[in-house]
Ligand binder design. Structure first.
Ligand SMILES: [Fe+2]
Length: 195
């Protein structure tokens, strides 16, 4: 939202309260532990590989689109549509860990190879060699930790991308950063009520 106007917020902005289309079965036993990163990755892969679920997302030619999902163990999840050329900008996930996978089209993730402290700084000068770029075509995704900073983009000029994202705990906030060369500067902190 990990829905980001032409600049998408990742995860999706506060979405209209869409029905929880893909809840766990009502008969599932109550769990007592937080979902693992592997469970979160399995969850996004299972949604992304189900054409009927993916097809529930209506794509808009210009604007982002999203459906809120119920992730495992109380996790927050989203099915997102990315028009061509949209991106999130650099951000973190407020201390939540999670996973995402591309379900259609292709996304590009730029990230940093080191975890960054989520609080206590306004500007950091990054060392050389920390940038990582990965292409994520349909079916590819990743899990990420609590201190993951990244941006995600649909670089295609013609084609939408669709992706599935999950966060645990549900996102308490997102910190947005401005990247200028090797300097990363905190820009704004967004809370769920503002999405
Ligand atoms: Fe993200």
């Amino acid at each position: 939202m990990s829905a980001p106007a032409s600049v998408f917020v990742s995860p999706a902005p506060a979405a209209p309260s869409a029905p929880a289309a893909f809840s766990e079965p009502a008969s599932a036993p109550a769990r007592v532990s937080a979902p693992t990163a592997a469970e979160l990755l399995d969850f996004v892969r299972s949604i992304a590989s189900d054409p009927e679920k993916v097809a529930q997302l209506a794509l808009d030619p210009l604007d982002r689109s999203w459906i809120r999902l119920e992730g495992p163990g109380g996790a927050e999840a989203w099915l997102l549509g990315w028009p061509p050329g949209t991106e999130t900008g650099w951000h973190d996930h407020g201390g939540s860990y999670g996973a995402f996978v591309t379900a259609g089209g292709e996304l590009t993730e730029e990230s940093l190879a080191v975890p960054l402290p989520s609080e206590g700084w306004h500007s950091l000068e990054l060392a050389e060699g920390l940038d990582r770029t990965r292409a994520l075509p349909a079916g590819k995704g990743r899990a990420f930790g609590r201190n993951h900073v990244h941006q995600v983009a649909n670089r295609s000029a013609e084609r939408h991308a669709i992706s599935v994202h999950v966060y645990y705990p549900p996102l308490p906030l997102i910190r947005r950063y401005v990247r200028d060369g090797r300097t990363l500067r905190l820009d704004v902190v967004e809370h769920p009520e503002t999405w």
